[in-house]
Structure formats: structure tokens, C-alpha cells
Design a protein. Sequence first.
Length: 190
Amino acid sequence: MKRILIWIFILSFSLAAARAQDDATQQQINKLNGQIQDLLDAQAVQAKRITALEKEISELRDKPNASGANPEDLQKLADQVQELAKKQQADNDLILKEIGKLGKVGGSPSGRKSTPGVTTNAAMVGSSVGGKENGYEYKVAAGDTLSIIAKAYRDQGIKVTAEQILKANPGLNPNSIKVGQKIFIPAPAQ
């Protein structure tokens, strides 16, 4: 009977040890399953990121130019530049107008004649674009530029531009006009 008791004791001890070992194994299996699930979740997230990056790369390759600007954006930019140029021209005209006002306050602007005399370009040395033409002879004063001269004549009701003055005076360098130099101011076409 002792033998049977020993065998029962060994058998129950073995069963308890087996159960304990099964519990430990089950815990390890559960832990490994959790880790595997975490890895699968991380892999799924990485796959989504890779897909998004592939899509973005594909879209960038499909764009017509590397700058990312489309023709409409470029046209808008060109329109804005033209608008700024118009505003700059308006500002320049306003500045010239104010300079003219300041000159009138101090007397005759830059020594200009109040009523320029009528002459012909044939009387002018070196001015012969198309023969005789009505206009005015002007003696350059200190601080004069073609734009200022044209503005002064426009203020007197004579519609003339700096470009017209330059065309009427071949060989005239607008960057180096000299005080006392005589230039021809063309009269407006009638």
C-alpha cells in the first residue's frame, strides 16, 4: 500500500508540476501572441505610410514642371507685375507733378521759358527727321531731364513725351544732356 501511495503522490506531484508548467507555457504563448500582434499592427501602419508616399511621388512625377507652378499661377503673377508697373508709372507721374508744383512756387520751373517760341527743325543743327517740322526750341537748364522737360511742356498744354523729344533730336543722349544745350521740342500733330 505504501507503494500505491507513493505512486499516487508522484502522480499528483507530476500532474501539479505539469499544470504549473502548462500555465507558464500558456503565459509565454500569450506574451508572444501579444508581441506578434504589435508587430503586425506596426507593419500595417508602415504599409499605409509607404502607400501614401508612393502616391505622393506619383503625383509629383505627373506635374508638368518641377517648380510646381501651373500656367494660371504664372498668368496671375504676370498680371500682378503689370499692375505694379502701372502703379509705379502713376507714382512717377505724381512725383513729376509735385516737382512741377514746387518749381512753380519758387518761380519759373528750372528757368524754362513761359511761352516757348515756334521754330522749325531745319533751324536746329543735327535735327532733321523728315524735313521741316513745327516745334519749339528749348535751352536745357540745370537739373533738366527729358521727362522733366516733357512734363513742363505738357503743363503748358503742349502734348509731348520724352520719347518724342528723343526721336526729334537724333544723336541726343538722354543720359548726358548739358546745361545750355538747345534741343528741339516737336509740336503735337494737329
